[in-house]
Design a protein around this ligand. Structure first.
Ligand code: DGP
Length: 116
């Protein structure tokens, strides 16, 4: 059995979130602690601890997450200006919620990243 995280509770509507997109495979909602003017998390409904726990069977789902983020960026009108997608994995990657998710960041020029 997978872990029950805060994101599972959001998916079950046990705690509120500003949901901006949902389909059979995923839910997307605004990050509670935004690091950019636009900061949306795309979370698969399938329980997967993180990218390190994903397998070949999740390849399509991973693609769908990225494409959903790209479609959202186009819909919201900032695709041409640009955006960044990020997945943090495990401790050194800065992962704090252990249900796989993709960050979509946009709305301003984004600084450098990856430095300790
Ligand atoms: P990560 O560090 O990659 O595991 O990202 C987890 C993100 O989740 C972090 O940017 C803050 C966000 N977050 C944590 N708890 C909540 C919550 O209850 N609601 C929302 N909307 N976002 C949350």
């Amino acid at each position: 059995m997978g872990e029950d995280t805060i994101f599972h509770r959001i998916m079950r509507r046990e705690i509120p979130a500003d949901v901006v997109y949902e389909d059979d495979d995923m839910i997307a909602f605004r990050d509670i602690s935004p690091q950019a003017p636009v900061h949306v998390l795309f979370v698969p409904k399938k329980t997967i601890r993180g990218l390190d726990a994903a397998g070949d069977e999740d390849a399509e789902l991973l693609g769908r997450l990225a494409l959903a983020a790209a479609a959202y960026a186009r819909r919201e009108g900032f695709a041409a200006k640009g955006y960044r997608i990020v997945m943090n994995c495990n401790e050194d990657g800065g992962q704090t919620v252990f249900q796989m998710h993709l960050h979509l960041l946009a709305g301003a020029p984004l600084g450098s990243f990856g430095t300790p």
